[in-house]
Design a protein around this ligand. Structure first.
Ligand SMILES: [Mg+2]
Length: 176
């Protein structure tokens, strides 16, 4: 069966600037590129899974997010496709959730579509929503220290259910 990484964007692959809509504001987190290279070498599918409530809040448009994503891919300078799929969840926190994490819907649909082994898949992120989406989908979760809050402030981390890594590159270095 296939295996995959589901990767959060802000605070995991790029610096979390909060409601980032300007491609010029994209700043890669150290180790992101190396981590993606390693995951590819090991044969992982790679999916980007990002909540962008700024769209639902009317702060910017999906096209802005797409430009930010494109700039991130440009800076990563990896062979295309960098991601096998991208899910941008545009809902605001008060909208009915469709794909917005902690909804596991994108992960569940992707696991089915790509015949993934849930036990060999990870969601890597910096927020409780990332951890909860992973557990709701039955995959593994890892937290990184590159977000805006210390991972220890996340209940799932405090409860010892989620391993913590300095950054995504450090996580990927442990994959076999
Ligand atoms: Mg994040």
């Amino acid at each position: 069966m296939n295996r995959a990484l589901f990767l959060d964007r802000d605070g995991t692959l790029i610096v979390d600037k909060v409601y980032l809509s300007d491609p010029d504001g994209v700043e890669l987190i150290a180790g992101a590129r190396e981590g993606l290279v390693r995951a590819r070498q090991l044969g992982y599918f790679i999916f980007l899974f990002t909540n962008q409530s700024g769209i639902g809040r009317g702060l910017f448009k999906i096209e802005d997010t797409q430009r930010v994503n494109a700039r991130m891919e440009q800076l990563l300078a990896l062979a295309a496709p960098v991601f096998d799929g991208i899910c941008v969840a545009p809902e605001g926190p008060d909208d009915p959730p469709v794909y917005r994490k902690p909804s596991p819907r994108y992960i569940l649909e992707t696991v089915a579509a790509h015949s993934l082994d849930p036990g060999e898949c990870w969601m890597v992120g910096d927020s409780a929503a990332d951890m909860r989406a992973a557990f709701a989908a039955g995959i593994r979760a890892a937290a990184v220290r590159t977000g805006r809050v210390p991972p220890e402030s996340l209940p799932e981390v405090a409860q010892g259910k989620v391993p913590v890594f300095a950054d995504f590159g450090s996580f990927a270095a442990t994959l076999r």
